[in-house]
Write a protein that binds this ligand. Structure first.
Ligand SMILES: CC(C)(COP(=O)(O)OP(=O)(O)OC[C@H]1O[C@@H](n2cnc3c(N)ncnc32)[C@H](O)[C@@H]1OP(=O)(O)O)[C@@H](O)C(=O)NCCC(=O)NCCS
Length: 183
């Protein structure tokens, strides 16, 4: 299985069904931190739920769709990045990410998303990558900005959480923009 070093102490590799117990333990550290900002189906409560998430991604990857990758810091699973959507025929994808609190502030997600964008635009020939986040998720929007994405618009009161509705931002980067940004 491949394992890509992001730095001396951090690895990016596929997050697969056999990681279910490790993923569930990581979610115990991450759950309340990520809950307001990610889809409710991702925030599972036990190993069976974690395995269900990993299986859904595996099934979608088998159809050349969504894909999930974990981030290991000093040997511990601390978060990950994903293609929440991947449509090769239409030439676009959507990226997502999460971290447990102790792994924030190290540039891991920005670097890992760069790897995904390189693969999507270079190896797979996609043209457009999107980033969706709650409009008040400043750390997430900062990742989109660091990736050279443009804020294209806001879906007003689209995101429901805790009985409230929040605006959702749509960011995107096009293949030539990414190549220029990478230089
Ligand atoms: C969104 C989230 C993944 C961002 O995490 P993050 O640590 O801010 O993002 P990165 O891993 O790219 O790290 C960037 C931070 O590391 C710092 N950093 C350190 N070394 C760096 C490097 N070599 N390169 C880039 N940034 C670096 C940056 O300055 C920045 O910190 P700052 O915001 O305090 O200035 C995280 O806040 C999270 O999991 N939130 C909850 C779940 C969530 O919102 N998911 C996204 C849903 S849309």
């Amino acid at each position: 299985m491949f394992s890509l070093p992001l730095r001396d102490d951090a690895l990016l590799r596929p997050l697969e069904t056999w990681h279910a117990a490790e993923f569930a333990t990581h979610l115990d550290r991450a759950r309340e931190h990520i809950r307001p900002w990610v889809g409710p189906g991702f925030v599972t409560e036990d190993v069976a739920g974690a395995r269900g998430t990993l299986r859904r991604y595996a099934e979608r990857q088998a159809a050349d769709g969504a894909r999930l990758y974990g981030l290991w810091l000093d040997g511990t699973l601390v978060g990950g990045v994903m293609f929440t959507e991947f449509d090769a025929a239409a030439g676009w994808c959507e990226l997502g990410c999460w971290l447990e609190p102790a792994a924030e502030g190290r540039g891991l997600v920005t670097r890992a998303c760069g790897v995904l964008l390189d693969w999507a635009f270079t190896d797979r020939g996609l043209h457009r990558a999107e980033w969706h986040c709650r409009a008040d998720n400043e750390r997430s929007a900062a990742v989109a900005e660091r990736l050279g994405m443009t804020l294209e618009g806001v879906r007003r009161q689209f995101w429901r959480y805790g009985g409230e509705r929040y605006d959702k931002q749509i960011w995107a980067v096009l293949a030539p923009e990414w190549r220029a940004h990478r230089r």
